[in-house]
Write a protein that binds this ligand. Structure first.
Ligand code: ADP
Ligand code: PEP
Length: 652
């Protein structure tokens, strides 16, 4: 739809209806008396009472929130949004392949420290309060909400997007975005699932995003600490954005909503990508931002379901989103052809530098940010499946970690207990740019590989995953897409083609009959050979030139794992507690009971059984305290539990 709507002035609802009717009749008359002979009326010109009713209902609905702007662009076509962005939004251009290039201004990544959840009666008991979910009072929310609406009301024109979060009609949520920028509207039209004309009729949103990101928050309001505010109110079904125009906040706001809602419906939301093989086998790739979900799920041999946010339901998996949001840094046709070619008319390029004459993007230029992005509809990927739903349960679960210490093997097969341990731990690195203030990879524990988006306690999601794994017997793998041969600054990021070869080997079942060896400390089962990957890349103890440095880094990382897991240990069965690194021959925590207690220890039946590796040096040969000298430090937000720490969790 490409509808520009003029909103009513005084005269009340009835008056407005008549006014609309009059306008339409005049337009029809003009068309039918044009020229000597009656010009044929287009379908759009024809009197259509139902269209009036829809427009009327829409306007009525918008005005209920106090929005009084005259020009509303409702689910406008990409072409119209392009024109408006180019005309009114500084820093907007068309790229040589037809993408809309936009600037998000000062904020070029998410602002997790400015995210707040309103403490209110309908949701408060379910929330994992702490540093991820920081409380905000109703009063402070009201102040900032009003500020956002006041700002939106000052605009000449606003953009409204009505669309769904979720491809499965049973679980989808109706989202309305009200924004002051055409770029934000196009972004969300790509990222949400657009309704059909029929579905748009009587569309009453469950959740509204007020995006007033070009205007600062009131930093003197109680609980607000900067001019940026990313506010969620589950009771009201609302999100308010002030002081950030980074479009990723909206999509992650919707994901946060799904992280809250889906467990209420007994379904498991995951920060993961998903694709399907020619035989219908489904793979989920879990990972924090920058670990490779988008890159690795875009695979010419497999069909894409989605690149970032999914729900594993009782019947299969559905994508929450209608599009992808890929990182562009270092993008080339050679390395990532599907993503490169998806950047064409309809796609949004965010904060990408380009040649001023030719308008061709320079994907190597980090002049604005390292977090340059492309957002495009799923349909821009040649083998994407829409509706993005599969009725099959996953065969493979791949945990992606970007290890900036460079000590985790590039690929390891996990036992069910190890999956739970690593899922709960969520060890990875934040890559530069995705969050404000992160300028180089920082090691972090981001529970469930998505701590910034968790609403409930991580154990809630972990227990649901344990149930799914038990029921569907998926094979699980840990893939380190981070550093090899040394940590950040010394080693190098593992070549994408090697990671792809490992993923291919998983899908080709080429790792079922190879020999495995066990890595020390982490006790990970590592294949000795992977087709098209040099053997010496596979085991870190061999890929590091300096073995002493390696043992120091290994020892340090394992200590960090143990420390981090202390927070969760009392909620996990002994098998899961013992599935982490063993640093001193002593197991860190006493056994306990939990919903995960059904997990049993034996290795999964697939493939050859791992064999102990006799060649690796042992860290106890390197007794120095390396925690002082390490180059990488853990950042604080993830992995640290604050506030409510539930001893018993249940799905509500
Ligand atoms: N071995 C690798 N595996 C996956 N991605 C890699 C690898 N090496 C470099 N990269 C780069 O890392 C980035 C991964 O980003 P992306 O796939 O968007 O992550 P996510 O979807 O998890 O946020 C891409 O820019 C990709 O080119
Ligand atoms: C958009 C984000 O995530 P991803 O890179 O996973 O898309 C983000 O973390 O801001």
């Amino acid at each position: 739809m490409n509808v520009r709507r003029e909103q009513s002035g005084p005269g009340g609802d009835h008056g407005r209806f008549l006014e609309l009717l009059k306008k339409q009749i005049e337009a029809n008359l003009k068309t039918s008396t044009h020229g000597e002979q009656s010009a044929p009326m287009t379908k759009r010109d024809m009197f259509d009472l139902s269209q009036f009713q829809d427009e009327y209902a829409f306007e009525h609905s918008i005005s209920q929130y106090g929005i009084q702007v005259k020009s509303l662009y409702h689910n406008a076509s990409p072409a119209v949004l392009y024109e408006l962005a180019l005309k009114y939004e500084a820093g907007s251009y068309i790229s040589d392949t037809g993408a809309l290039m936009c600037s998000s201004g000062v904020k070029t990544g998410r602002s997790p420290q400015d995210k707040r959840l309103v403490e209110e009666s309908t949701s408060s008991d379910d929330v994992w309060w702490g540093r991820v979910n920081i409380k905000l009072s109703e009063a402070s929310y009201a102040t900032n909400r009003e500020r956002a609406i006041d700002y939106l009301n000052l605009q000449e024109r606003l953009y409204v997007v009505d669309a769904f979060a979720g491809w499965d009609p049973e679980y989808r949520v109706r989202i309305r975005v009200i924004a002051s920028r055409a770029y934000h509207a196009l972004f969300m039209q790509n990222m949400l699932v657009m309704p059909t004309k029929e579905e748009l009729k009587n569309f009453e949103p469950d959740f509204i995003i007020y995006n007033a990101g070009s205007f600062p928050a009131n930093r003197y309001a109680d609980g607000i600490t900067s001019q940026t505010a990313v506010l969620l109110h589950f009771g009201r079904g609302e999100m308010v954005l002030l002081g950030t125009q980074y479009a990723g906040e909206m999509k992650k706001g919707v994901f946060t909503l799904m992280m809250y809602l889906m467990p209420k419906m007994g379904q498991l939301p995951l920060h993961s990508s998903c694709n399907v093989g020619p035989d219908g086998d489904v793979t989920l790739f879990f990972g924090l931002s920058g670990t490779g979900k988008t890159t690795l799920s875009a695979d010419p041999r497999r069909s894409l379901i989605g690149d970032d946010e999914h729900v594993w339901t009782d019947t299969g998996v559905f994508n929450i989103e209608g599009g992808c949001y890929a990182k562009c840094i270092g993008l080339s046709h050679e390395k990532e052809p599907e993503i490169y070619d998806a950047i064409r008319f309809g796609a949004v390029l965010e904060n990408v530098c380009f040649d001023i004459d030719q308008r061709n993007p320079d994907y190597d230029d980090t002049g604005v940010t390292e977090n340059t992005r492309a957002c495009y509809p799923l349909q821009h990927i040649p083998n994407a499946i829409t509706p993005a739903v599969t009725q099959t349960h996953p065969t493979n679960i791949i945990l992606l970690t970007c290890d900036a210490f460079g000590v985790l093997p590039p690929i390891a097969r996990l036992t069910p207990e190890q999956v739970m341990y690593h899922f709960i731990s969520g060890y990875t690195a934040k890559v530069a740019g995705t969050e404000q203030g992160i300028t180089e990879p920082q090691a972090t524990f981001s529970s469930c590989f998505g701590a910034p988006f968790l609403v409930r306690h991580p154990i809630v999601y972990a227990e649901m995953l344990a149930d799914k794994l038990k029921a569907h017997n998926a094979a699980a793998w840990l893939i380190n897409t981070g550093w090899v041969g040394g940590g950040y600054g010394k080693g190098s990021r593992i070549k994408l083609r090697y990671t792809r070869a490992m993923i291919d080997a998983i899908h080709d079942k080429a790792l079922e009959d190879v020999e495995y060896e066990t890595s020390q400390i982490f006790n990970l089962s590592v294949p000795k050979h992977v087709p098209n990957v040099p053997d010496d890349v596979l085991m870190p103890s061999r890929s590091w030139a300096n073995k002493t440095e390696y043992m120091k880094a290994l020892s340090k990382l394992s200590q960090l794992f143990v420390k981090n897991f202390e927070t969760y240990a009392d909620q996990c069965p002994p098998e899961v507690q013992h599935a982490g690194p063993v640093t001193s021959g002593k197991l860190p925590h006493p056994p306990s009971s939990s919903a995960m207690a059904h997990l049993q220890s034996p290795q999964p039946s697939r493939g050859a059984s791992p064999r102990a590796n006799e060649t690796e040096p042992h860290p106890e040969n390197f007794p120095e305290d390396i925690s002082k000298g390490g180059r990488l430090e853990l950042t604080g937000v993830e992995g640290v539990l604050n506030g409510v720490h539930k001893t018993k969790t249940e799905v509500k």
